[in-house]
Design a protein around this ligand. Sequence first.
Ligand code: TXA
Ligand code: MG
Length: 332
Amino acid sequence: MSADVNAIRAAARLLEAGQLVGIPTETVYGLAADAGNPDAVAAIFAAKGRPSNHPVIVHVARDADLSRWASEVPEEAQRLIAAFWPGPLTLILPRAASVPSAVTGGQDSVGLRCPSHPVAQALLKEFRQGQGGLAAPSANRFGRVSPTTAQHVIDEFGAPGAGPLAAVLDGGQSDVGIESTIVDLTRLSTRGPVLLRPGRIGAAQIEQVLGRALGAPDTAAPRVSGSLDAHYAPRTPVALVPSAALADVVRRLRHKEKRVALMTWSDAAAVMPADPQGYAHALYVRLRVMDAQGADLIVVEQPPEDDAWQGVNDRLRRAAFDSAGVLDRLLG
Ligand code: TXA
Ligand code: MG
């Protein structure tokens, strides 16, 4: 069932009334609320079990007036917007005074993104006549794998009406499959633009548009909850293993009578695509499927390390944050 005009209108009215709605975007599904309504935003944090000092991204319509959200839209931001919006890029900008602090996690910055998914765009146009903003983190419980289908959202929060969700709009499986690239533009004069989270839009593409290099996050960078180590993790432990060691690790695990769910991309039995965009598209669906198999361990074959795989490798490293420890325990 795909969201039609009536479903989108109904969702806009629910959001205007302060309710929570699951929405499709091209990256992952979001848990959306009116960004101008602090009580509605607080309900997102309660539903997710997310610490209240973590900021959420504000999603805006195409051609929205950004001055409602950002006190300043530097030239660098304008260039990135012209190149990549609508699309999977979030910009961190200095906040406008009127943005509820529930949205910014008490920080003086705000994250803005204009999603390209047609259902998200239609909803943003309908919601407050295109002049509002929707606060939407990924629609998963805190620390868990992000949802890429409407069913995943229901798996996380229950059916609409039975839990915190008033509705879920179905927009099919998210095309990109991993969360948006995040670039911090709040400290241009001191640190330059900083890549906070890699994604489908790669660092090299952004650097080309800006004509300068992106910095890496430092301790003073705005907080990004996706940068916590144990983020994006299934319940089953995950180990990331280089291709060359794979056969041996799996043999030793089976020798110990461990049940192994195997996620390879390079061999004949591969369940994952061998290209980075196809891999990202399938990643969270596959992790959820493997998590449901009741295995002792999900063994993931390390993908290539080059630039195009940066977003995928970032998520895999976090899912497999205790790779070495897990293998030690199961093989010890
Ligand atoms: O692709 C995406 O970005 C998805 C879809 C739904 O749009 N959203 C998403 O939201 O991934 P979430 O909340 O799961 O991750 C957003 C990240 C968080 O790590 C948050 O800390 C960071 O963006 N963020 C949001 N506002 C920020 C701000 N003002 N300063 C620094 N980081 C911010
Ligand atoms: Mg998230």
